[in-house]
Design a protein around this ligand. Sequence first.
Ligand SMILES: [Mg+2]
Length: 245
Amino acid sequence: MAIPDAFADIDLKTHTLLLDVDGTLLDIAPTPDRVAVPGDLRLTLARLSEVTGGAIALVSGRQIAALDRLFTPLQLSAVGVHGAELRVGGNMIDRGLKPLPQALRDRLARGAAAIGLLTEDKGYSFALHFRNAPEKESAAQELAQTGREQFPDENLDVTANKMLFEVVRRGVSKGRGIEALMTYQPFAGRRPVFVGDDRTDEDGFVAVQGLQGLAFAVARDFPGLAGKFSTPDEVRRALTALARH
Ligand SMILES: [Mg+2]
């Protein structure tokens, strides 16, 4: 598959680039801390940030601090933890959310240790990964669901992503995060272009479509897409080409 025409034609003076990270910019790794960031991707993103006047953002389930570690020395604007965290032009924006109760995070950590699942405690969400143990999918789901049910007053959801279940606050989504980001300069007034690959990115597709923007998916079908990439490598090559214009 080739780079979608609609992506190659993006005008960086009037559009803003919103990019999911795992499975979109980066190849998925066996565990989240083993992903590799190609050196030329950093250069491409830095160049795109320059050309767009900073109107480029990472949109990820990861914490913004984790994104900074991955992309160091770059510190791009970012929507982190599926929208629970927001940073614009170096300033963290308070989304007015409470972290998950410590008792729930402890309970999930204990349960996961007992069945041998890899976990990520992201404060506003808690992820249970079963990529290394696909046979534990239903145990992971049950742990997440019972955890959620133990805290009925906290308004929690369980989301299913690629090889992981995650407990998050209801209403936290990449879509809401993108909508919030787009109210700030230099994003406001531009057309958002969002590229994502996973179930949680579908909220982002809907959000940018609602903002007259363009949604692109990586190896995923969704109504109204402006185009599709087949691999993260193809996304990286498309960004490199865009940065050269
Ligand atoms: Mg992804």
